[in-house]
Design a protein around this ligand. Structure first.
Ligand code: HEM
Length: 141
């Protein structure tokens, strides 16, 4: 306890860094689980058949790309920006027709993926609404 010259007591405070969204999600293992559950859903949910057709038959490489991108986006290691094949996220989607139906299919898979993690309700809500804004922003139709 520090005391002011006046003799008034004040509680000493220690500044702790706030946990990043990446930490709140559960770090690298959680991002990996999220990405795998996301592409598993895209690969198997008939409601996502439309966007599944827009992706390569082999989802292996994009699993790694999304893992790297999400890691940096959520405040973890900036893996995607270190990739030699990095791209601006907007231009990476420009070749694909993304309208409300594609956005909603993508979000459906992401909700399934978020369900596969055990998250505090406020953390879940933060990620779901951030993904919603992002997916809507990638619309080009
Ligand atoms: C929150 C929204 C989204 C995020 C964070 C996201 C993320 C990504 C990333 C990181 C890539 C790899 C880019 C690269 O080539 O380096 C990618 C590719 C792609 N995304 Fe998205 N995306 C989102 C929404 C969407 C939506 C709504 C669609 C709807 C069709 C979509 C379709 C695709 C396709 C077709 C590819 C290329 C797939 C492939 O190469 O097999 N994405 N996305």
């Amino acid at each position: 306890m520090l005391r002011h010259a006046s003799g008034m007591a004040r509680t000493d405070t220690v500044e702790l860094p706030l946990p990043s969204p990446y930490d709140q999600l559960g770090g690298a293992p959680a991002v990996r689980r999220l990405v795998d559950a996301f592409y598993d859903a895209m690969d198997s949910d008939p409601d996502a058949a439309g966007i599944r057709r827009m992706h390569h038959a082999d989802l292996g490489p994009i699993r790694d790309k999304l893992f790297d991108w999400l890691s940096g986006w959520a405040g973890g290691p900036q893996l995607y920006s270190q990739r030699p094949d990095r791209a601006c996220i907007m231009s990476a989607h420009a070749p694909y027709a993304i309208g409300p139906a594609e956005r909603d299919q993508w979000m459906g898979c992401m909700r399934t993926a978020l369900d596969s993690l055990t998250l505090e309700p406020d953390v879940r809500e933060m990620f779901e609404s951030a993904f919603g804004r992002l997916a809507n922003g990638l619309r080009n139709r």
